[in-house]
Design a protein around this ligand. Sequence first.
Ligand code: CTP
Length: 422
Amino acid sequence: MQGARRAETMKTPLTARRPWRGRRVVLGVTGGIAAYKSVQLARDLTRLGAEVDVVLTRAAREFVTGLTFEGVTGRRALSDLFSTDGAALHIKLGIEADVVCVAPATADFLARAAHGRADDLICTTLLATRAPVVVAPAMNDRMFSHPQVQANLAHLREVLGYAVAGPGVGPLAVGEGEGPGRMLEPEELVEHVGRALTGPTSLAGRRVVVTAGPTREAIDPVRYVGNRSSGRMGYALAQAAWRRGARVTLVSGPSALPTPTGVGRISVETAEDMHAAARDVLPEADVSVFAAAVADFRPSAPHDEKVKRSRTGPTWGIELVANPDIAGDTRDLRKEGSVCVGFALETGDVVANAREKMEAKGFHLMVANDASEPGAGFEVETNRVTLLDTRGGAEALPLMSKHDVAEAVLDRVEGILREREG
Ligand code: CTP
């Protein structure tokens, strides 16, 4: 039962949200075996609220059919440049697109795109659009490392400003071994598309540090003192900051969540490890977000060997000593002019207690939430928070997903950054 509940709470349901909601995505699919993963990509983008127009090349249709995509997008899949629906389909697609993503992008497609060829629907759409373009290369590693492919990619990236997502390193098609050339996974490509849709922001190029997750404090080699934090809130913040163009470092305690796309993760176990990692990275941070649920105490003398039940008797007292206050202790290390965000999890007098912590730890924005409220706090997808600012303002937000809370927090952070720049 416990296991079932945990599996349920770890799932991240896809619901329409920023920056995909209501946006037009042209998804070009070219002829590589990774095209099977693009079906999932089309489905995920649709579930996030985008309208996805899939454009298949002739070669792509050797691997997947238009019907498959229509089943997940609810929209007609397109492939014919010379269709009877109107000769200017490529112009319409290009103008209406908020982003064009080509996944998989084969070596042949990259060559045609780099030369501005206009011999099929996706290449003509690329010439007609002024929307950002994301390409996700997918091919054998020997082909990928060929100087001509690299030159084509360099042209797309440097001259045309396309975002090149991947490729990843890993198993290639059956019988081809492993190497760089594998198309990124759909969940990573969703984020690359999200980053392109987000466009330029005040966080672009800034360094953001996020602490997240619980810490574990050893009692003996098998037992620990910890808490129920899943890391979800901090991971959502790190991912959203990356989508806004920031260079993000996530200092994370043990969490089952995958590392957010594009984010550098430093994995730690104890509060003291997290303290040391934070000290290393904070001096460079333009924005720091303390979302970790740090264990305030640790066993004073962890045992080297597993404590046997026969030795403890019916009761067992464990002495705890205070851990460092990571946010408070590192105040002097913060970069001048940086913005610092704290979290407060309370079970009573939420706003008053949070404001006290905000002042004591020198936060510029405080995200306060009530652990006793249903749908808020640990192990749930949602949160109901109140945002406190340094002018005494308190803005109570409705119950929303942690992803939406992350967007709201970063909107405020960007507001503070813009205000400071005058
Ligand atoms: N925090 C921290 N290091 C700690 C404890 C907390 O960096 N050892 C940070 C948290 O990441 C959060 C803020 O300080 O941003 C407040 O955390 P919270 O646990 O609510 O407060 P505490 O200072 O631990 O106070 P208390 O547990 O007594 O409410």
